[in-house]
Ligand binder design. Structure first.
Ligand SMILES: Cc1cc2nc3c(=O)[nH]c(=O)nc-3n(C[C@H](O)[C@H](O)[C@H](O)COP(=O)(O)OP(=O)(O)OC[C@H]3O[C@@H](n4cnc5c(N)ncnc54)[C@H](O)[C@@H]3O)c2cc1C
Length: 453
């Protein structure tokens, strides 16, 4: 397969399910750093550019968990591809603010900050979001934030010049001049047809953390499964929609505050890579999207060749990593009712942002007067599967809402779960957390229920 690495066309015959970082470093591209190799720290950040509707779009990606096959036909940019004779304005700002310290994380920061100014499928909230997936371990963070804010003040108008954004960034020396003909060069790259049997890879953010390399990968990004659309009854989320796309979806934000709810899920580069299909099929008991959509009583569609079947998401999980999914079947989409509900999502992790939950939970309900209708509670990290709390939910159905009923429901929830002691906390702690999270849902929706405090 072929791709462009900085300025050079690369043609390789490597395993497509292996890590892009490993390939780059073995090739001697050493500006891309290896540290956590789990997508957490951003030292290995690269920019990946592709043509979308004939327009060049880029995003910053953690190359350690990016399967090599995903860069086919694309433009891969490492720090070597941004270097010019003199420091570029982003590098200079980091030097000027003392944001380089030991320097190991610096290439990753430069890449992420550059990505912020480039044309992207999904815009960043602000420049600090762009570096939320980068970790500096030697106390340079405050200086780096200063550099980022300076750059934002100085170049945000360049970012807004949508028309000729590559030219605008070349003019201010954020990009070297060779970027001006990358779009034309990508148009000339031919893709090789991929195999159809093997291990499905969506974003790879679970798979490449769990495995060094994936044998016989089948890239689901080749299928048209990333759309989000709605009709009068439902909102549909394609299995390949990434978390950031879901977070920013206009359809979903009409009925949910999902933009804010999903802000604590991973970091921006991971959110742009990690799909809802991968979250559901990976079946981690603490998958945030899974817990979120379980409480929305979602349906899922499973594709088997030409036929498909629709089941409840909550019926998909049969035991620890045991799913109602035959070999070769593909999760096609997830759908929820297209209506506003009272909804709450809570996640407790060791850090507030960018961490996997110890326990998470969500709640949806509607009220008829003071009577609870159509209620769904979910909980993660408290059993072998992501859980829909059947008993607590049905206990609350048709009850008049008040604090004593909620307390009783929380106790019922505790009879449904089977948490274990692990690195994220003891079983006792997780039970207590779930109880508190259930109270937190109701307090958020009904602040007058002070008895729950
Ligand atoms: C640094 C980091 C931070 C993270 N933080 C969070 C977090 O805060 N919250 C959270 O919930 N998760 C988090 N994750 C986990 C991960 O990002 C999510 O679970 C993600 O949604 C997985 O999606 P993916 O597309 O990367 O799946 P992949 O890794 O590509 O696939 C996962 C599994 O699903 C299968 N699969 C994928 N799509 C389909 C499909 N459509 N049909 C059939 N099978 C399919 C694959 O074969 C594989 O078995 C984090 C991961 C990393 C690396």
């Amino acid at each position: 397969m072929k791709f462009i690495l900085n300025q050079e066309i690369i043609e390789i015959d490597e395993p497509l399910g292996s890590s892009t970082l490993d390939f780059l470093r073995n090739k001697g591209v050493k500006g891309v750093k290896e540290a956590c190799h789990e997508g957490d720290c951003g030292a290995c950040m690269i920019l990946v550019g592709k043509l979308k509707d004939d327009e060049l779009v880029y995003r910053a990606v953690t190359s350690c968990i990016l399967p090599l096959g995903e860069v086919e036909g694309k433009h891969v940019v490492t720090i070597e591809g941004l270097n010019q004779k003199e420091l570029n304005p982003i590098q200079q700002a980091l030097v000027d603010t003392g944001g380089v310290q030991c320097g190991y994380c610096t290439p990753g920061f430069v890449i992420s900050l550059t990505g912020h100014f480039m044309n992207s499928e999904l815009e960043n909230d602000n420049i600090l979001t762009a570096i939320e997936g980068n970790v500096c371990r030697c106390t340079g963070h405050a200086s780096i934030i200063r550099a980022a804010n300076l750059l934002s003040d100085k170049y945000s108008s360049v970012k807004e010049s949508k028309q000729q954004w590559t030219k605008a960034l070349i003019d201010v020396r954020i990009l070297p001049s060779y970027f001006s003909n990358i779009a034309d060069r990508l148009r000339e790259l031919k893709k090789t047809p991929q195999q159809t049997k093997g291990r499905f890879i969506a974003g790879g953010t679970d798979l490449l953390v769990q495995n060094e390399s994936i044998e016989n990968p089948v890239f689901l990004s080749e299928m048209n499964l990333a759309n989000i659309w709605s009709d009068a009854n439902y909102i549909y989320v394609g299995a390949m929609a990434n978390t950031e796309k879901i977070r920013l979806s206009t359809d979903l934000n009409k009925v949910l505050d999902i933009k804010n709810h999903l802000f604590t899920v991973s970091s921006l580069p991971i959110r742009k890579q990690a799909t809802i299909g991968g979250n559901i099929v990976n079946a981690s008991p603490i998958g945030d999207l899974t817990i979120y959509f379980l409480a929305l009583d979602a349906d899922i569609s499973i594709l088997n060749g030409e036929t498909s079947r629709i089941i409840k998401l909550k019926d998909f999980y049969k035991g620890y990593k045991i799913l109602d999914l035959e070999k070769g079947e593909i999760l096609e989409w997830v759908r929820i009712r297209n209506e506003e509900k009272l909804f709450s999502f809570e996640k407790v992790a060791k850090r507030e942002h960018l961490d996997i939950a110890s326990t998470n939970s969500a709640l949806s309900l509607t009220l008829e007067g003071k009577i609870i209708k159509d209620i769904h509670l979910s909980a993660g990290g408290v059993g072998p599967i992501p859980m829909h709390l059947d008993k607590a939910s049905s206990f609350l159905e048709n009850k008049k809402i008040d604090a004593s009923i909620i307390k009783e429901a929380a106790l019922i929830a505790l009879t449904e779960i089977s948490p274990i002691d692990d690195v994220r906390g003891s079983a006792k702690y997780k039970s207590l957390l779930l109880q508190q999270l259930i109270y937190a849902h109701f307090l958020k929706l009904f602040p007058e229920m002070e008895e729950l405090i």
